[in-house]
Design a protein around this ligand. Structure first.
Ligand SMILES: [Zn+2]
Length: 434
């Protein structure tokens, strides 16, 4: 499906002797037909027709609406259309090549970060195959996330639209994070250093600030608070003053409580939160990104990481408490966004978090909203992402089955994906040209 357009670009460059750009040639108007369309804005349309011009949706109608003359028709009437999905917690640059005798973390730490980012194009492709067209990436060394975001934007790499944090802020620690040299540029102790480090990430081009407010990562599920309330407040204020948002990581309840009080936009992981913190999140509209599936992944793939069975038990215990906290938070009315916390070989499983959301009490429609409209709202992109509406980015996914009666349709049955008007995944053979 993409090959013809690429050849058009080559042809234009060759004949016009103009400087070649990576971006593909302006796409013709496309008319995409779905048997059903769940538009993400509360409507379900039968025999839907989505007209796409360039990278945006021009109109959304039903079978009777006219298709512009000369439009390229994509017949997906066997499928249900949903908005492109949003994964608000990834580590896209964490790549492991699975060569025998190596371990993911050690390999990442021994490679030049830019090389990992280049290899991580595989993570980006696998993410698109799950229907995820937008991610928020929370921590990467050496600004490789900024480079990856911009390469994707240019069209030089294929991958989801990225919102990135640069280095996550962390207290001094003996171990490096994500293959960053030690000490990393995210290291900051005390209010002044925190403000300085947050400003530096934003100055380098970060869209978000990420702060590690507690211990806990990989096989370590301890949740000891590392940053004080005042340090969290300094990071929040610095980000907000510069019109950016902030995500605070806390595995345990104390860091989560102070992160919410300090005014964070989202709390990541956060197991065992008390009722007062949950109530505070409801009133402040703080997003909860529980990343429950992340520790399921480590337990299930423990042999890749060299973790023993006792580690798997610890991880599984954390998963149970994480789910229980999510259940309580959902019942109380906290807003959720879907974050996989995908690392290494977890890419391609980005949407399995939705299964946990159902276990936490959501309907399939509510889980889908967490991965679309809520993710868009968290990113401040609610007017251009997360719904299939005129003027929005043409991010569309075709799934086989009814996603509103079975969330596994979203998790397992993605057949076709369009990002910004470009088809990036196609597992169908039904395309015709008028
Ligand atoms: Zn993470």
């Amino acid at each position: 499906m993409r090959a013809p357009r690429i050849s058009i670009v080559i042809l234009l460059c060759a004949t016009a002797l103009l400087p070649c750009r990576w971006s593909e040639a302006a796409a013709p108007t496309m008319a995409i037909r779905f048997g059903k369309l769940v538009d993400g804005a509360g409507k379900v349309l039968t025999n839907a027709i989505v007209i796409v011009e360039g990278d945006r949706i021009k109109s959304v109608g039903t079978g009777s609406s006219s298709i512009p003359t000369g439009a390229e028709i994509v017949d997906l009437r066997r499928y249900t259309g949903i908005p492109g999905l949003i994964d608000v917690h990834t580590h896209m640059t964490y790549y492991w090549d699975q060569s025998p005798g190596t371990r993911p973390w050690a390999q990442l730490g021994s490679r030049v970060p830019s090389m990992s980012m280049f290899l991580a194009q595989e993570n980006a492709r696998k993410t698109l195959e799950t229907g995820v067209t937008t991610v928020r990436n929370l921590h990467a060394p050496e600004y490789t996330d900024i480079a990856m975001r911009d390469l994707i934007k240019m069209g030089a790499m294929t991958g989801p639209r990225m919102f990135v944090s640069g280095y996550g802020l962390h207290v001094a620690s003996p171990s490096s994070r994500g293959g960053a040299p030690t000490p990393s540029r995210g290291q900051a102790n005390g209010v002044d250093e925190v403000a300085r480090a947050a400003r530096e990430q934003i100055a380098a081009g970060a869209d978000w600030v990420k702060m590690f407010g507690s211990t806990g990562s990989a096989q370590d599920v301890s949740g000891n608070q590392t940053y004080t309330f005042d340090e969290m407040k300094a990071a929040v204020e610095t980000a907000h003053k510069l019109r950016k948002r902030i995500a605070i990581h806390s595995y345990g309840p104390a860091g989560a409580r102070d992160a919410v009080r300090a005014g964070t936009d989202s709390v990541e992981h956060a197991t065992d939160m008390d009722d007062a913190t949950i109530a505070d999140m409801v009133s402040r509209k703080t997003f909860y990104v529980p990343t429950i599936d992340h520790n399921r992944y480590y337990a299930e793939y423990r042999n890749q990481f060299g973790y023993g069975p006792e580690v798997a038990d610890r991880l599984q215990d954390y998963v149970s408490r994480n789910l229980e906290t999510a259940r309580r938070a959902f019942k109380a009315g906290v807003r959720f966004a879907m974050g996989s916390d995908a690392v290494f070989t977890m890419f391609g499983q980005n949407t399995r978090e939705l299964g946990w959301f159902l276990k936490a009490g959501m309907t399939p429609e509510q889980a889908l909203a967490a991965a679309t409209t809520n993710g868009a709202a968290l990113l401040g992109m609610e007017n251009s992402l997360g719904s299939v509406l005129p003027g929005y980015y043409a991010d569309l996914v075709a799934v086989e089955g009814d996603p509103l009666s079975d969330i596994n349709v979203v998790i397992n049955n993605v057949r076709w994906v369009m990002k910004g008007g470009v088809v990036v995944v196609d597992k169908t053979k039904s395309r015709k040209t008028q």
